[in-house]
Unconditional design. Structure first.
Length: 289
């Protein structure tokens, strides 16, 4: 009876080995439950937690890149508008230009001013780009009487958390002095053209040159911030790749070894069944005697 119990325990052990090893081969993992490898299971949880953190950082960087990328696109367009207006100011500042020509230029400049304002009020994923945290408002509104544009967004920046200790500003606010300078110069140019004021046009040209340089600088600053994010993204991507690799190496089953173990277990199981069968036969013979 004791021998039979020993053989039965051996069968149960080999049956469990068969089940666990078959699961390893089918899943490709050494373990899937704490009961299979307590410490290794905890290490896997820690690695997966770090992995999730890396993915969160990459998602945050992607959000900041996208928002700043859209901002840069609009700033580039505004910069091009300023270049066109500068060209018109040079032409209209000449003493050879008359009132009719300046009135005709006024139409184009007003159109360009409207386009500039539309760019400044552009949205990203349905949210105002340049209004700070006031994402549901237009960054600039136009006075219906004077035609002047005023910043109506918030004074707070939008930030994204790259990590627990690393936050980055992911927006450009319209209350930046360079926006104000551009709107002021454009509106002054319109006023001078409307009044056929040559001196006023020449003064506006100087303001437009300064404002245009400011928009170029602002666009370059945004480009620098995007470049810094690209560096961070590369760093976090590398860290995530190393974590993925480490997790895979930690959890991956040695398939050839598992298959060999499975074969050995099957042989041991067959031997145990054979011995049990022989033991039962012997017990029956002894009983018949």
């Amino acid at each position: 009876m004791q021998m039979y119990d020993t053989l039965l325990k051996g069968v149960n052990k080999q049956t469990k080995i068969q089940a666990d090893t078959t699961e390893q081969v089918s899943s490709g993992l050494r373990f899937q439950r704490p009961s299979q490898a307590g410490l290794d299971y905890k290490i896997s949880l820690d690695l997966r937690h770090a992995q999730k953190g890396m993915q969160g950082s990459l998602t945050a960087i992607k959000t900041a890149e996208s928002r700043l990328g859209s901002s840069q696109t609009m700033l580039n367009d505004m910069k091009n508008i300023m270049v066109r207006v500068q060209t018109l100011a040079v032409q209209q500042g000449s003493g050879n230009v008359g009132a009719a020509e300046r009135q005709s230029a006024t139409v184009e400049v007003k159109h360009l001013l409207t386009q500039f304002a539309n760019d400044a009020n552009q949205k990203w994923q349905g949210q105002s780009l340049f209004a700070g945290t006031a994402v549901d408002k237009s960054a600039f509104t136009q006075d219906v009487i004077t035609g002047n544009y005023t910043y109506t967004g918030s004074a707070q920046d939008r930030t994204v958390a790259i990590s627990d200790i690393h936050q980055v500003k992911s927006n450009v606010r319209g209350d930046d002095a360079r926006f104000t300078a551009a709107f002021t110069a454009l509106q002054s140019f319109v006023t001078a053209l409307t009044a056929n004021n040559q001196a006023g046009v020449q003064t506006a040209l100087g303001d437009l040159n300064t404002a245009s340089n400011g928009m170029i600088d602002l666009t370059s600053e945004v480009g620098g911030r995007i470049s810094a994010l690209t560096v961070s993204k590369t760093s976090y991507t590398d860290m995530k790749f190393n974590l993925d690799k480490q997790l895979n190496q930690h959890e991956a089953a040695d398939i050839p070894a598992a298959v060999a173990k499975l074969q050995q277990s099957r042989i041991a199981l067959q031997v145990s069944y054979s011995q049990i069968s022989q033991l039962k036969s012997l017990s029956l013979i002894n009983y018949l005697k």
